[in-house]
Design a protein around this ligand. Sequence first.
Ligand code: ADP
Ligand code: PAZ
Length: 331
Amino acid sequence: MTIVAKDLEPADIPDHFDNKHYSPYRFFSAEEWSKFRADTPLTLTADEVQRLRSLNDPIDLSEVRRIYLSLSRLLSAHVESSQMLFAQRQRFLSMPEEAKTPFVIGIAGSVAVGKSTTARILAELLSRWPSSPKVDLVTTDGFLYPNAVLQRENIMDRKGFPESYDTGALLRFLSAIKAGKPYVKAPSYSHLTYDVLPDQFKIIDRPDILIFEGINVLQSRNLPADGKIVPMVSDFFDFSIYIDAEESLIHSWYVSRFMQLRETAFKDPNSFFKRYAQVSEDAALAIAEGLWQNINLKNLRQNILPTRPRADLILQKGENHLTATVALRKL
Ligand SMILES: Nc1ncnc2c1ncn2[C@@H]1O[C@H](COP(=O)(O)OP(=O)(O)O)[C@@H](O)[C@H]1O
Ligand SMILES: CC(C)(COP(=O)(O)O)[C@@H](O)C(=O)NCCC(=O)O
């Protein structure tokens, strides 16, 4: 029987991630991957790594050396080739040489998997390569609808799900960046107030690289009822990374971070979660479990993990947030 594309349901389309023999990815152990750094100098200091890492993320200089130097070397090779291709195309079209529009790197993965640390370390390392001195980082939480809207729509417990983002604003932002527009405004979010900051923006002015990080960045959108084809966020990416780990590990990272935040950020009188700093440890654990099970785990299973096969590179973390395997898409 011949199976034609239209007969395939999404569930029939193999992920191939787990079948290492017939997979669109090549898999490398952390040790194999670390060799690809060649003679790339380690330009970050232990103090800088400490400053860049998020709460509860024990990443250190040896992890930067093992994983991130090779990754920054690979990414800078992609940036340079794309700049060269752009210059060749300008000559082909007999158009004047002009600056290439930003190279956009998407970073996806579950809540609490450590996307922010990866994004900040890569931004620092990439800004030290001659082809990309100007690197900016934007997180997608600024594009969430304000709490007032989520409450009105009765979807506060869907924060982070596709419907909680202003997808139009996300697409307008990325298309302005890719069009080479100067001074593009990115909206901001506060984990302290658990809400978007209405009048605070980050100005993105034609960087060499834009790192765009968030749980939803590899999601495709359902086609609207009128059948119009709309772009998706990842259409604007030149390279994408998915940060992966076993569900049970991410679960434990989420809960232990929550318990640490209870001792720090939640004590701030402006914290949305300040009441959780006052309850007993057992009650706080139950709240963290509830947030994980009812919001973040559901979102991971339904909307985030299914996007993993779309990434160009997958960093698979093991115990202690250390990268165990790197999967790189075959070109
Ligand atoms: N309630 C919170 N209060 C303060 N900071 C938080 C809170 N939740 C998350 N963060 C911080 O926000 C950043 C993003 O967290 P998250 O979206 O879970 O992604 P990831 O852990 O993959 O970076 C991290 O640096 C994390 O430490
Ligand atoms: C703000 C987030 C949705 C992450 O947003 P992102 O930057 O990935 O778009 C997430 O950190 C979050 O707050 N989730 C809601 C459930 C919870 O409080 O854990």
